[in-house]
Design a protein around this ligand. Structure first.
Ligand SMILES: CC(C)(COP(=O)(O)OP(=O)(O)OC[C@H]1O[C@@H](n2cnc3c(N)ncnc32)[C@H](O)[C@@H]1OP(=O)(O)O)[C@@H](O)C(=O)NCCC(=O)NCCS
Length: 259
């Protein structure tokens, strides 16, 4: 907590305390009114990400640059954030939602028809190029779904899925990502433990996820036939439970971690 925030809280009455707590870098649960700001954060964070652009940066898009693709990149993320507000959990941190995490709780997903229509995601059918559609609807969604089922096996229905996490470049290194992850993992551990799952879209993030208790499970590639394959590292945080001496991986966790 900064000294400045302390002073402000001291001089104002408690009615402002909830708003001020945003300044204190606390994680909050976002509602539909936050979807544009959260999507903007993710769009900025994933501007250099090859997985986020896998279905936009395609050979039949007329040679568009990332800058030209920005509006569509942002729009895709708006649909995805909306889907998580409706079906999952959207967390943010920072005064202007500078850090955002999209979590899907056990047994939930965003690829059912109702969600595709409710969020407006169906519009992508008309906005993506033919190759973009093939990659998004025909490959991306299907491969990610099947990989998760195969990796987690019977634990799939119990797993929390960290679908996206991003922090705007100017707010990195403040511990936002850790707080957005631990908001869920601490709760899950305290409630008896459940696996958490993610696909890391860049090798540089693997050590960070390892610090949060995730273990590298396997690697997959999107677009093996495109000449520019995009790798994804599959990581699982095995169920952990509290003991008198601290946190401990459960028996189910040992099996998941050793795939
Ligand atoms: C990855 C990202 C979310 C990290 O956000 P952040 O708020 O800067 O991360 P934090 O400050 O919470 O750091 C978390 C921990 O990971 C460590 N860390 C951060 N980046 C790291 C890296 N590239 N390699 C190793 N460790 C790293 C930090 O030292 C910190 O460790 P500690 O808590 O034990 O001290 C952010 O850099 C980002 O948005 N990147 C672009 C989008 C992206 O790649 N998202 C993830 C997709 S898989």
């Amino acid at each position: 907590m900064s000294t400045r925030t302390n002073t402000i809280s001291w001089t104002r009455n408690n009615i402002f305390s909830e708003k001020l707590s945003y300044r204190n870098d606390q994680v909050r649960i976002c509602g539909i009114e936050d979807y544009k700001a959260c999507a903007r954060t993710l769009a900025e964070a994933f501007y250099d990400d090859d997985v986020a652009f896998y279905f936009l940066d395609v050979p039949d898009n007329g040679g568009k640059t990332r800058e030209q693709l920005w509006p569509l990149h942002l729009e895709v993320l708006e649909y995805i954030v909306c889907a998580h507000i409706h079906n999952g959990l959207v967390l943010s941190i920072g005064e202007n939602h500078e850090g955002v995490a999209l979590w899907m709780p056990p047994g939930k997903n965003m690829d059912d028809w109702f969600t595709i229509f409710r969020t407006g995601m169906w519009r992508l059918w008309f906005k993506l190029t033919a190759e973009g559609k093939r990659r998004y609807f025909g490959e991306f969604m299907e491969v990610l779904h099947q990989t998760k089922v195969n990796a987690l096996k019977e634990q799939d229905e119990k797993a929390w899925y960290l679908v996206y996490i991003g922090v705007t470049p100017n707010a990195r290194g403040r511990g936002y990502a850790r707080k957005l992850v631990e908001h869920v993992t601490n709760k899950v551990d305290a409630e008896g433990g459940a696996p958490c799952y993610l696909e890391s879209s860049h090798i540089r993030n693997v050590p960070m996820y390892q610090r949060f208790g995730f273990i590298k499970h396997s690697r997959i590639e999107l677009g093996a036939d495109t000449g520019k394959p995009v790798p994804l590292d599959i990581m699982i945080r095995p169920p952990m439970t509290y003991t008198k001496t601290g946190r401990r991986m459960s028996t189910a966790g040992r099996k998941l971690g050793s795939a």
